[in-house]
Design a binder for this molecule. Structure first.
Ligand code: MG
Ligand code: MG
Length: 259
């Protein structure tokens, strides 16, 4: 069952996602070598609660924290811990918020200090692929058009697309129909309609596409231990172009000031 959202509901989902974006902006201010992901998690939880939101991932199916922090070969669903981040690491920070009855969901992969050129290129390509997927998220297209756009861009650069983990509809629930794979065939899959709100989230590996689940039963890791990148926006499918409800603006303002 796909829930189409009214314009009013889309505005509420935008508010939830703007809080997620500002929370990631707070994370951006603090993230650097020596900081632990658990410290980032506390910053995020405090900021969300101070702004009248509820952390969307905390206790979701038993997940123990506010953020998913996935370092290097961790793809998604990493659990914050006490290990200090190191120069050259990359970390996907995924954040969800429940506000006014609606969820927001957005993720950004951060570079810790100076990162190897090959990994920088993976991050850049994955972010580009996210926007190519968003471009395909228009009324009358199909889910496969989004996946094709992402897959084509990443595979043409020699990267591989994780298959088991996918994007999703979002609204009153964190995960709603439809699933939004990051691979696919043009013209195939569920038809996209104005009012659908979906989270598009490419998870792209430097090496092979295969994944394994870590000992904590949460962390998704690359089987070959290569680095993985992950960016996510929540978008509303529009008549012409998609409306991006989440935002990297708060993150990128901080990163620009630091560079
Ligand atoms: Mg997410
Ligand atoms: Mg998501």
């Amino acid at each position: 069952m796909i829930y189409l959202k009214t314009d009013e509901e889309i505005e509420l989902i935008r508010l939830s996602n703007q809080l997620v974006g500002r929370t990631l902006g707070e994370v951006a201010k603090a993230i650097k070598p020596g900081v632990t992901t658990l410290e980032l998690d506390k910053i995020a939880e405090t900021y969300i609660r101070d702004n009248k939101g509820v952390p969307g991932f905390l206790d979701y199916q038993g997940f123990p924290n506010t953020l998913c922090t996935s370092v290097n070969d961790n793809v998604v669903h990493g659990i914050p811990n006490d290990d200090p981040l190191k120069e050259g690491d990359v970390v996907s920070v995924d954040c969800g918020v429940l506000l006014n009855g609606f969820y927001g969901d957005c993720a950004y992969t951060f570079e810790i200090g100076e990162v190897n050129f090959d990994i920088k290129k993976l991050l850049k390509t994955t972010k580009e692929a996210l926007y190519k997927g968003i471009e395909a998220a228009r009324h009358g297209n199909r889910i496969g058009d989004i996946g094709y756009a992402i897959q084509n861009h990443c595979e043409s650069h020699g990267y591989s697309v994780v298959r088991e983990m996918v994007g999703h509809g979002i609204g009153k629930s964190l995960h709603e129909a439809p699933e939004v794979p990051n691979y696919g065939r043009r013209g195939y899959g569920t038809k996209l309609q104005q009012g659908m709100v979906i989270a598009i989230e490419p998870m792209i590996n430097l090496g092979k596409k295969e994944i394994v689940i870590g000992d904590d039963n949460w962390t998704v890791q690359t089987a070959d231990k290569g680095v993985s990148a992950h960016y996510e926006h929540t978008v509303a499918v529009g008549k012409s172009e998609a409306d991006i409800l989440s935002s990297f603006k708060f993150v990128e303002e901080v990163l620009t000031l630091q560079s």
